[in-house]
Design a protein around this ligand. Structure first.
Ligand SMILES: C[S@@+](CC[C@H](N)C(=O)[O-])C[C@H]1O[C@@H](n2cnc3c(N)ncnc32)[C@H](O)[C@@H]1O
Length: 182
């Protein structure tokens, strides 16, 4: 059984996968293939009061968070593309790096999910300015969805140097979901 077979089976049962350049970005209903895909691993351990999703897509992660913790938290989403209207979330069309530089508040939980056509934005992995400003606006937890970089320890060290604690790393196929706390 491969993930492709499972995706095919889920489609036949009515699941809708939202793809970009052949890469799956989001899914409806959000619990499709729960645990086999990365979205399920981007649910925070406690209910956030406020959540920011950098790379909102079609909002699979916030939908899952709401299934677990209910609707009594605010969620802001950032994306280059204008997403379809969302019931609970405020989604703004913006570039994520620029947004983080200019953001003047903190969020309990920040989900960094800037995956585009099979590859994550490099600044998430390597850019000190991005990482330091992410730390500045991080209230409690941050998750990153990235491909494992070659110099893995150097990448994690940048997050440690900025004041993040590496908490939990989950490998899902060719992606790593990294969890940091502040
Ligand atoms: C994997 S999808 C996100 C899936 C989404 N988090 C979910 O839960 O359904 C990645 C998203 O990041 C967005 N993206 C990529 N680079 C970006 C950037 N520099 N600024 C803002 N959004 C970006 C893409 O448009 C895409 O919608």
């Amino acid at each position: 059984m491969t993930i492709e077979t499972l995706v095919e089976e889920s489609k036949q049962k009515g699941a809708e996968f939202i793809t970009h350049k052949g890469t799956i970005h989001s899914v409806n209903p959000p619990e499709t293939l729960f645990g086999y895909t990365y979205w399920a691993h981007a649910i925070p351990p406690i209910k956030p009061e406020s959540m920011l999703v950098l790379g909102y897509g079609s909002g699979t992660v916030p939908k899952l968070v709401r299934k677990i913790f209910g609707n009594s938290f605010e969620c802001h989403g950032i994306d280059l593309a204008i997403p379809s209207p969302q019931d609970h979330d405020i989604v703004v069309q913006s570039e994520a790096f620029k947004f983080v530089m200019e953001c003047d508040r903190k969020y309990d939980y920040i989900c960094v999910d800037l995956w585009n056509g099979g590859k994550c934005e490099e600044f998430v992995v390597w850019d000190k300015k991005f990482i330091e400003n992410l730390k500045r606006i991080a209230g409690r937890f941050v998750s990153l969805n990235i491909s494992p970089p070659k110099n893995y320890h150097e990448h994690v060290q940048l997050y440690k140097d900025a004041g993040f604690n590496p908490d939990r790393f989950v490998i899902i196929q060719n992606q790593i979901i990294e969890w940091y706390s502040v």
